[in-house]
Design a protein around this ligand. Structure first.
Ligand SMILES: CCCCC/C=C/CC(=O)SCCNC(=O)CCNC(=O)[C@H](O)C(C)(C)COP(=O)(O)OP(=O)(O)OC[C@H]1O[C@@H](n2cnc3c(N)ncnc32)[C@H](O)[C@@H]1OP(=O)(O)O
Length: 359
């Protein structure tokens, strides 16, 4: 027990030295195990529903039940050891891989063959989109719009394309409270989607795996969507007490007809890649075994086409709808700002964290 206590104290110190922020979920786990290891079973009153951060912490600790202090200590030590080794040899592609595009922590950006590739790079979190990531994507799009590339490609690192909005975004509450949080998030959402509406070059999604939420909805603003046959397309907005964004309330009915759009956006029906292709959301589906090879061969050939002609064609095709899309984006963001303050949404986010804490 003495040695274990020593390991535990050393692990507590190592956490402070981690080079990379392990993210809110891991921090919650660490918090819960620390409390359990030092104080035993959760013994404080449950915080109120609106005290989101303390409630998430309390839920995580309480979920450990009567786990013995010794086991909690050991689990804490194991978790920290895993974090240290994963930060040493992370499965994330190292930003150094692309010297030209330093400065992005959550994306890997490369330019080759007149193609700028923006790869979401949080594979351990299924490429869930943090606030930082939304901002980095906006910067990357701004840079790509001005570089000498012909087309811009989005893809995901790992087994997912993206699991959509990172639900921990909801737990980082500013001093102004949840109203301020909802307002800031609505502004960020609007700015983020505006960047896609205004993007001047052909925009291609290489959907390498499942896609959820906002990573699906903005596909309606892309010019080509290539999908692996492993990919799925899921917008569980009602389940989350939320409503459509990314202009999908307009683009989806237009692309697939109102009946199919309603199935996805209101009832949260998850589409296979084949179904998404049949509905017109996806341009082409490829077998996963040859996906990367086939798609990149195709894109490299396209990128050699005359650049100005392609860019002007995109403007002609997209320009008449731009104003409308901006108005729809503003309205969707405004409605979501209200939704995020609803009990339905808060309870759904709490459910996600409770499920995780019980694992
Ligand atoms: C500025 C604000 C703009 C807001 C715009 C609004 C957008 C709306 C949306 O995008 S709605 C969609 C939101 N996304 C979800 O609801 C998905 C939630 N995640 C899941 O359901 C599952 O994680 C999964 C189905 C994507 C994958 O399940 P699987 O069992 O295969 O893997 P894990 O659950 O173990 O996931 C691995 C770790 O990644 C964490 N994680 C995955 N997705 C998210 C997410 N969206 N938000 C936060 N965290 C996510 C997951 O919790 C695991 O973390 P852990 O290893 O620490 O446990």
């Amino acid at each position: 027990m003495g040695a274990c206590q020593k390991d535990f104290e050393s692990a507590v110190n190592q956490v402070k030295l981690l080079k990379k922020d392990p993210g809110n979920e891991v921090k919650l786990k660490l918090y819960a195990l620390y409390k359990q290891a030092t104080e035993g079973a959760c013994n404080t009153p449950k915080p109120g529903l609106f005290d989101l951060i303390n409630k998430a912490k309390w839920d995580a600790w309480n979920a450990l039940g009567n786990l013995p202090k010794e086991t909690a200590r050991q689990n804490y030590v194991d978790l920290v050891s895993g974090l240290r080794s994963s930060s040493d040899s992370s499965s994330q592609v190292k930003p150094e891989a692309d010297k030209k595009r330093a400065g992005y922590d959550t994306l890997v950006i490369t330019s080759e063959d007149c193609i700028t590739k923006i790869m979401l790079n949080r594979p351990a979190k299924k490429n869930a989109l943090t606030t930082q990531m939304y901002r980095e994507i906006m910067l990357a799009l701004e840079a790509a719009s001005k570089d000498d590339s012909t087309i811009t490609v989005f893809t995901g690192n790992g087994d997912y394309y993206s699991s959509g909005n990172d639900l921990t975004n909801f737990t980082d509450i500013p001093p102004g409270g949840i109203e301020e949080k909802a307002k800031n998030s609505a502004i960020l959402l609007r700015d983020f989607v505006d960047c896609f509406i205004d993007f001047p070059k052909p925009l291609v999604a290489v959907v390498n795996g499942p896609a959820v939420g906002i990573s699906v909805t903005i596909l309606g603003l892309f010019d080509l969507v290539y999908a692996s046959d492993r990919a799925t397309f899921h917008t569980p907005f009602s389940h989350l007490g939320q409503t459509p964004e990314g202009c999908s309330s307009y683009t989806f009915p237009k692309i697939m007809g109102p009946a199919k759009a309603v199935e996805m956006l209101i009832f949260g029906k998850k589409l296979t890649a084949g179904e998404a292709y049949a509905q017109g959301l996806v341009t082409e589906v490829f077998p996963d075994s040859t996906f990367q090879k086939e798609v990149w061969t195709r894109l490299k050939a396209y990128s050699k086409l005359p650049q100005n002609a392609m860019h002007i064609s995109k403007q002609i095709i997209r320009n008449h709808e731009k104003e409308k899309l901006h108005a729809i984006n503003a309205e969707e963001s405004r409605i979501l700002q209200e939704r995020w303050l609803s009990d339905e949404c808060m309870n759904a986010v709490m459910d996600f964290f409770s499920r995780k804490a019980k694992l």
